[in-house]
Design a protein around this ligand. Structure first.
Ligand SMILES: [Zn+2]
Ligand SMILES: [Zn+2]
Length: 170
């Protein structure tokens, strides 16, 4: 998905071997993780190094972001810091070393699309409000983070669903 944050590489007018460092900030599109939506706090600052190669460009992207959204276990507000350190090479027509980056099109680097994808790769597999989030009670749905586990008990269930709560808690 193309973003509006594009850098025109020809404007940099780099000769082979030359490089340029760009510091910028942008508002990346929210990312989808495990069916929930997480937004990076804005403005998100980044550092981009662009080097001209013999037949294209090499890119190094570094950024830090805070992703905020629902805890994947208890749904309370959660926010985690993520670090991006990614590289891309784009040298069309480079013979044996032909490489193309999905973020370069028409001589423009789409740094917004790259950061969006890099946020997904950098995000933790389970984004939690805290490392030891206790999750929700399988019986009543209350957050067990707010409850003393020793206090939060339900009467022993009876009938065909007896033991289901224990099963869900595993
Ligand atoms: Zn949680
Ligand atoms: Zn409960």
């Amino acid at each position: 998905m193309a973003s509006k944050y594009r850098i025109d590489l020809s404007n940099l007018a780099l000769s082979p071997g030359e490089g340029r460092r760009l510091d910028g900030a942008l508002a990346p599109e929210p990312v989808d993780l495990g069916g929930e939506t997480y937004a990076a706090r804005e403005p998100m600052e980044y550092r981009l190094e662009i080097s001209r190669t013999s037949s294209g460009h090499a890119f190094h992207l570094q950024a830090e972001a805070t992703l905020a959204g629902p805890c994947m276990r208890c749904l309370a507000d959660a926010a985690v810091g993520v670090e991006i350190d990614a590289r891309e090479v784009d040298q069309p027509g480079g013979g044996d070393e032909e490489l193309s980056s999905p973020y370069v099109e028409g001589g423009q680097l789409d740094v917004g699309a790259w950061i969006h994808d890099a946020l997904i790769l950098a995000a933790p597999a389970r984004l939690l409000c805290r490392d030891d989030c206790a999750g929700l009670c399988a019986v009543c749905g209350a957050s067990l983070n707010d409850a003393d586990p020793a206090e939060h008990r339900h009467a022993e269930p009876e009938g065909p669903f007896a033991g289901l709560g224990d099963l869900l808690n595993q």
